[in-house]
Design a protein around this ligand. Structure first.
Ligand SMILES: [Zn+2]
Length: 291
């Protein structure tokens, strides 16, 4: 179990999956042998599988505990979701809720679920299948969703030419929470409480958020998919595929890297491999991860 402390907060990683996924050069066409050789000393084994040429990615949640509250940040893919053509997402059957319990929270103890954005791999455990219906997994929780993302995916979902949005994820993992009256739709910037503020970082999705935590003068930033891989800290213009606005995604990445390096915040990405969280330092020609 990976657990970090920031001021009075503890932040535990709850793993859904971690392993080799996509061919590195498919994801980052800019990647070449020279760059691979230059970064080889840190890429393998946590971030790259040299034998297969696949990048390693993690899908995990962060369980944040502060001031007696249990807060789940991003909720992975979830079990029993039919996603044909998506082998990493399709019909998972994983002991995620057991791992969440081992990290310190049973579903009924979660006070707040916060999704950085409404893509499939960040909202999955919001709901569970019970008697043929998708119902909220965390029955007492308030769920914080991005309103710009909600509006964007609702429009897709209700358009018969493009829906269902996110291969059905929107109506399985987002709408049931709203219909149960448990959702709070937020437009950033927004201060949630004395410890947490929500800031917009659009581009990967239209309403993508980052969450800033402050406790006793120490800071953390939960960045979701502002970058997926540490190579993007060295090369901030490298986009991971699937952005609502590729130009805006690059602008947000540089802005967040700048904020993380100047604030000294412990940075918690959504998919970066072990050790899963770390710091961003400013370097002569840009930024360097210190993970
Ligand atoms: Zn993601």
């Amino acid at each position: 179990m990976t657990v970090f402390s920031v001021g009075q907060a503890t932040i535990a990683r709850v793993e859904e999956t971690y392993g080799p996924t996509y061919r590195a050069t498919d994801i980052f066409p800019e990647l070449n042998d020279k760059i691979l050789a230059e970064h080889g000393h840190w890429l393998a084994p946590s971030h790259y599988d040299a034998k297969s040429g696949l990048i390693k990615l993690s899908v995990h949640s962060w369980l944040l505990q502060i001031g007696g509250q249990k807060i789940l940040i991003d909720s992975c893919c979830g079990n029993a979701k039919v996603k044909p053509g998506r082998p990493f997402w399709n019909m998972l059957d994983l002991p995620y809720l057991d791992r969440l319990a081992a990290a310190g929270a049973h579903p009924h103890e979660i006070d707040l679920v916060m999704c950085t954005h409404l893509h499939h791999d960040h909202v999955g455990w919001n709901t569970q299948l019970k008697d043929g219906r998708w119902v909220p997994t965390f029955p007492k929780a308030r769920y914080v969703f991005s309103k710009p993302d909600f509006d964007y995916f609702l429009k897709q979902d209700t358009d018969p030419k493009v829906g269902p949005a996110e291969l059905g994820t929107f109506r399985e993992c987002v709408l049931p929470v709203v219909e149960a009256g448990r959702a709070e739709l937020v437009t950033g910037p927004h201060r949630l409480n004395e410890h947490l503020e929500i800031l917009p970082a659009p581009g990967h999705s239209p309403g993508h958020f980052v969450f800033n935590l402050e406790s006793r003068g120490q800071r953390a930033t939960f960045i979701g998919d502002v970058f997926h891989h540490l190579l993007q800290v060295y090369y901030p213009d490298w986009n991971f595929p699937k952005n609502s606005d590729a130009v805006q995604a690059r602008v947000s990445r540089r802005k967040v890297l700048d904020q993380c390096s100047s604030s000294g915040a412990l940075t918690f990405p959504g998919h970066v491999g072990a050790p899963f969280a770390g710091y961003i330092d400013r370097a002569e020609a840009g930024y360097r991860p210190r993970f």
